[in-house]
Design a protein around this ligand. Structure first.
Ligand code: SAH
Ligand code: SF4
Ligand code: F3S
Length: 439
């Protein structure tokens, strides 16, 4: 079949930052006349936007790239591009090129905005184009975006990270922390609200340190965005307990846009492990932050990230983590088994933990958190909550959305509800999620 339209297909791994960066890649491709393809087979360009936060993220990407060898063989004009955090690691691009010589373009996180020029150059030459910059550059504004998560819109506020938690690869593949100008962010938010987006999620590895390089802070940004007229929700992630302060908590509590939920990763409950992780807070100060949040916003839902199996973690250290889970009553916890990342300080630490021990520990945490969530869900029954309808779940044949606390609800809706706020009466719980009827 002859068609003159070129199509793209993007596979994204990793965090919200990467999801948003894929929207920029899609925007660049759209500006070049490409249309989205529903699958890889019909695409003229396939882009992998990769992640390397844990080993399994890397392995999955590797496997999926490798699987394209045959497709590329049968379709000579197909362009395969690989970028993101995995390729940004020192020496990785060359390794990837050797392993999969059929890849056409390999780029890193620091030159994503330059993808248009990369693609144009590649189209003029036969050999693989490898361009991974060693250092981050200035923030690039104005990159086109093809957004894919309506009614939510992702908005970058900082790039990079200065924290160097000893287990984490992010500072090495994303460069130093830099903040976007406050006005650029506020203007983007204004445009999004005018376009009909009902939820804005501000993105940064540590949103609480926003503006340090500009002489403003995150509380100022929250206050400014909250002044934008119109009904929309404001979310932000991720928070770092060491930088969460009272000024910000007050700004959040005063904002009629900021949701009553916060993602505040604790990582571990043992002070000894927190120190080894270089997290720069202890469990006592974490509890203080939780208390402060609840003083100003008694109903706030707190979610977290937790890691098990960090080098030297003893059973007692793990029990300290269990204890935090019980004491805080998180609305949700993402749990991870520590994964050794080459080049990070923790990779060289003695006392790496056996995987079987870590697996047992993570199962225990998951069970405990599920139990906590089930109990919280029961409290919802009979209540009416305001939900921002995000879409339709084919399997469940129900519409879905979240409340201000970030809780997922399924309900009997209609197509026109998508992108609107609807009131839902909760009738039953489906584990962590809730099921109800529109009222
Ligand atoms: N900037 C965010 C986290 C980004 S990574 C923050 O500081 O909270 C998301 C989560 O992945 C982290 O919170 C951590 O729990 C987990 N993670 C990071 N590196 C990891 C590693 N090497 N092994 C396992 N989990 C890891
Ligand atoms: Fe990684 Fe720590 Fe930075 Fe988060 S704050 S991205 S965990 S180094
Ligand atoms: Fe995100 Fe993975 Fe990179 S979690 S910042 S895509 S390493």
């Amino acid at each position: 079949m002859e068609r003159n339209e070129k199509r793209y297909y993007i596979t994204t791994y990793g965090c919200q930052m990467n999801i948003h960066e894929s929207e920029k890649l899609a925007g660049i491709l759209t500006s070049l006349g490409y249309k989205p393809s529903e699958n890889e087979l019909n695409a003229d360009i396939i882009v992998f936007n990769t992640c390397c936060i844990r080993e399994n993220a890397e392995n999955t990407a590797d496997g999926n790239i490798g699987a394209l060898k045959k497709l590329k063989k049968n379709k000579k004009d197909l362009i395969i591009a690989v970028g993101g955090c995995m390729t940004q690691q020192v020496g990785y691009a060359e390794k990837l090129h050797q392993k999969f010589p059929f890849i056409d373009i390999i780029f890193g996180t620091h030159n994503l905005e330059n993808f248009k020029a990369l693609l144009e150059t590649k189209l003029k030459q036969k050999r693989t184009l490898i361009e991974v910059l060693e250092k981050e550059g200035e923030i690039v504004e104005g990159t086109p975006k093809t957004r894919t998560s309506y009614p939510n819109a992702w908005v970058n506020i900082t790039y990079g990270c200065n924290n160097f938690c000893t287990y984490c690869i992010v500072p090495y593949v994303r460069g130093r922390e830099r903040s976007r100008m406050l006005n650029d962010i506020v203007n983007e938010c204004k445009e999004l609200v005018a376009e009909g987006y009902k939820e804005i999620t501000l993105l940064g590895q540590n949103v609480n340190s926003y503006g340090k390089d500009l002489g403003v802070d995150f509380a100022d940004l929250i206050s400014e965005i909250s002044k934008i007229e119109g009904k929309f929700r404001l979310r932000y992630m991720t928070n770092h307990p060491k930088d969460l302060n009272e000024k910000l908590i007050i700004a959040l509590s005063k904002s009629d846009k900021a949701c009553r939920s916060i993602h505040l990763p604790i990582q571990a409950g043992s002070n000894r492990i927190l120190k080894l992780m270089n997290r720069k807070y202890d469990r006592e100060s974490y509890f203080e932050k939780v208390e402060m949040l609840r003083k100003y916003m008694p109903d706030i839902a707190i979610t977290t990230d937790i890691m098990v199996g960090f080098p030297t973690e003893t059973e007692q250290d793990f029990l300290d983590t269990v204890d935090v889970l019980k004491k805080v009553g998180f609305a949700g916890a993402f749990t991870f088994v520590y994964s050794k990342r080459e080049g990070t300080p923790a990779a060289k630490m003695d006392g790496q933990i056996d995987e079987s021990v870590s697996k047992k520990r993570i199962m225990h945490l998951i069970d405990l958190q599920n139990q906590i969530n089930r109990n919280q869900s029961k409290q919802y029954i009979g209540k009416v909550v305001e939900v921002l309808c995000e879409g339709y779940d084919e399997k469940k044949d129900m519409y879905l959305g979240r409340d201000t606390y970030g809780r997922m609800l399924y309900f009997n809706g209609e197509q026109s509800d998508i992108g609107n706020f609807v009131n839902v009466k909760v009738e039953k719980t489906g584990g962590i999620s809730l099921v109800g009827q529109k009222v």
